[in-house]
Design a protein around this ligand. Structure first.
Ligand SMILES: O=P(O)(O)O[C@H]1[C@H](O)[C@@H](O)[C@@H](O)[C@@H](O)[C@@H]1O
Ligand code: MG
Ligand code: MG
Length: 340
């Protein structure tokens, strides 16, 4: 099966796109080898395993947790985050052995973050870990799926609320299978905004985050909320429950799925500098309309953040003669973990 799949993969690389009806057998093969352009079966499998992962998360939600730190005293991770990610990745790998993964906790444990043209699952096993630790009832599983670096579907499961948000590119956005659309609000003075105070605690980030709040409130706008999970924040824009979300410092796994869900709900997703959205840039504005999105980008400022694909890039190819000594080697800012 696998050698046929690899053969088909090779075949596919010499053609642009196969788009033909296929029987079950060949569609199974084609899905595994990224030739099919209809990813419904993959999405349905993603939803199936997200439902299984939710059970594990809800069980752990109620009990005392061992908490570890990553990049700052406010960047938490638990064994449940790690266990759920391993469960999701192994279940997907078993069914789709040629697919690739970018997982928040795998990257935190040192895996390189490389987004290629291959079918890739971008996974945040628990978005809102701080909420999870404190039993604040907004924790989500976020699963995005990209092919040729384009998001084909996104799944965000708000576990305690039991709200499963999903979208397949070009086919609309849904919450528990019911279609959702943004508010369409075009006037920022009539808008309710959502944002996050992430895990940064350095002076520059804190002063920019608080000055952004001040500058937006004095426009004026109706208000600002923070749910504690970027993925759910953005799904609230897709439902029309809020009109815009902005954030600097989050990661691709936080927002890759919900960015597609917002767009498929009729919303707009851009970079905070007003340019095209780039999931690796760690800056986003998701809004009900382009006018609200661009108004926000004129008001807020971003603090400097290293891109995801630079922060966790593979080490540069070694020159033939390695002049650096151990003491001079620059330690990659990975996310070492230590127990509280
Ligand atoms: O709970 P996480 O998966 O770590 O994501 C959080 C992130 O850590 C935090 O800094 C904020 O950006 C939140 O909005 C994310 O959901
Ligand atoms: Mg997250
Ligand atoms: Mg997480």
């Amino acid at each position: 099966m696998l050698c046929l799949a690899i053969f088909l993969e090779e075949l596919h690389s010499s053609f642009s796109i196969f788009a033909f009806p296929a029987s079950d057998f060949s569609s199974q093969i084609l899905q595994r080898t990224s030739i099919m352009t209809d990813w419904t079966e993959c999405m349905n499998y993603g939803i199936h395993i997200a439902r299984e992962a939710r059970e594990a998360i809800l069980h752990a939600f109620r009990i005392k947790k061992a908490v570890m730190l990553k990049s700052s005293p406010a960047d938490l991770v638990t064994e449940t985050d790690q266990r759920v990610e391993k469960m999701l990745i192994s279940a997907i790998h078993e069914k789709y052995p040629l697919h690739k993964f970018i997982g928040e906790e795998s990257v935190a444990a040192g895996e390189q973050l490389i987004l290629t043209d291959s079918p890739t699952w971008i996974i945040d096993p628990i978005d809102g870990t701080t909420n999870f630790v404190h039993r604040f009832p907004f924790v989500a599983i976020s699963i995005a799926f990209t092919v040729k670096k384009q998001t084909e579907f996104g799944i965000v499961y708000s576990c305690v609320e039991d709200r499963l948000y999903s979208a397949q590119r070009g086919r609309g956005a849904f919450c528990n299978d019911i279609p959702i659309t943004t508010s369409g609000q075009e006037d920022i003075t009539k808008s309710l905004l959502v944002t996050e105070i992430g895990s940064e605690r350095d002076e520059l980030a804190l002063s920019i985050m608080t000055s952004n709040l001040h500058r937006l409130l004095e426009i004026p706008i109706h208000g600002i909320r923070a749910v504690g999970t970027a993925a759910v924040d953005m799904c609230l824009i897709a439902t029309g429950g809020a009109d815009a979300y902005y954030h600097i410092g989050m990661h691709c796994w936080d927002i890759a799925a919900s960015a597609l869900i917002v767009c498929e709900a009729g919303g707009v997703v851009i970079d905070t500098n007003g340019s095209e959205f780039d999931m690796m840039a760690r800056r986003v504005i998701a809004a009900s309309s382009s006018s609200v999105a661009h108004r926000i980008s004129q008001v807020i400022r971003a603090f400097p953040c290293q891109r995801d694909d630079e922060l966790h890039a593979p080490p540069p190819k070694k020159s033939t003669i390695d002049h650096t000594t151990d003491s001079n080697k620059v330690h990659k800012t990975g996310s070492g973990q230590r127990r509280l």
